[in-house]
Ligand binder design. Sequence first.
Ligand SMILES: Nc1ncnc2c1ncn2[C@@H]1O[C@H](COP(=O)(O)OP(=O)(O)OP(=O)(O)O)[C@@H](O)[C@H]1O
Ligand SMILES: [Mg+2]
Length: 446
Amino acid sequence: MIPLSSRRFERVGAHSHILGLGVRDGEPLLVADGFVGQIEARRAAWVVVQMIKQGKMAGRGILLAGPPGTGKTALAVAIARELGEDTPFVAISGSEIYSTELKKTEVLTRALRSAIGVRVREYRRVYEGMVKKLEVKFDRHPYNPWIQVPVEGSITLKTTNDERTFTIDGSIVAEMLEKGVNEGDIVWIDEETGRVHKVGRAQSAERRYDLSSSRLVELPKGPILKDKEFVRTLTLYELDLMQSRGSAIFSLLLGGMEEREISIEVRRSVDEAVKKWVDEERADLLPGVLFIDDVHMLDIEAFSFLSRAMESELAPILILASNRGFAKIRGTDYESPHGMPLDLLDRLLIIETRPYTKDEIREILKIRANEEKVELEDDALERLTEVGVEKSLRYAVQLLTPAKVLATQRKAQRVSVQDIETAADLFVSVKESAVHLKQYEEAFLK
Ligand SMILES: Nc1ncnc2c1ncn2[C@@H]1O[C@H](COP(=O)(O)OP(=O)(O)OP(=O)(O)O)[C@@H](O)[C@H]1O
Ligand SMILES: [Mg+2]
């Protein structure tokens, strides 16, 4: 499972060219943000993004349904990009729920809870101001007489209408030195922990360098000691982890926390705390998106768990993708549309993706070639487009890199028709490899 806040686009190298839905003033452009065609689906996805932004989607779901290689995963990536950094977006594949360490429902619960953000406002008492004067007293290191260590110091902080001088202990001095705090910098020091944060350099202060990475900031106003608001966004899953570590210190020391189940009590107490914060206006909820690709890989237990989860108060928006028409629901003998139970399907809005036309395939191949830094001769692009039409778009995209290797080998800048042909001979498509093996099977049976 990937909480996308930190490792957002690692798994989607194939979609690195997709920068958004390519919609301007509510209308999808034919080619924009790396997206080509698929206009109806993009328009629908754009409406979904607006609903999410307006908070009207929580606890609801979307199904992206269409044949392989028609851009379902690309659409989900585009939705994530449109939502921006603030809305949690978690992507898993249906097969990821089968782990040897964790129950399926636990994997799903973690994914669901990673997709709900809580923006917490916290007030801390801090000393904030511009460093007017910083004096440091050094002494010998207790074990190494050749090293000097800071033992104490004094600092004068200044705001527009306040100025105070404090004595500070060795550890705060050391942190200031480590962060390169100089006179003229604006800092704050946490009253309780003594943590130092360098904000930037005062606009009014003398420039120490012509060029510097320090941000220029205004001199703070008001008293030096003040209550400062801090805003942090955490997910429910992160809060679960913090809570369960807090209540069981041993698990932290022994490690292995990730593989242990989080108890229902922990989750319940986190939920209650979050609801209380929201009531007291100390926190906002940010329902994000849980995207489950290849949803037919889930089984009946997982599906019924998801249906229930969607009803709960703290539920993210569910986006599912499937390339199956009719399939057996895993864990049962029932066939159903997209391999999903009807009661779940009933709760979903369905967006369809359609196979591409030749022109669209050519356009997508151009964008991918550009993204992978592969230069194509005109007729090579034409040949590759035909391959895309005959075999599949994904197969044509995959031939780009081997064709480039072949071109480089014959010391050519650009990929030629011959390189495409050779690459297609070396690497067969799924259709061909399946037919090939079928012939062997028949030969064995005779
Ligand atoms: N309309 C499009 N514009 C630009 N690139 C696209 C478009 N549709 C698909 N692609 C790209 O083509 C490749 C295949 O598409 P994608 O993986 O999104 O298909 P899919 O519908 O998820 O297929 P599957 O059912 O096999 O998972 C990806 O690299 C994707 O980024
Ligand atoms: Mg896909």
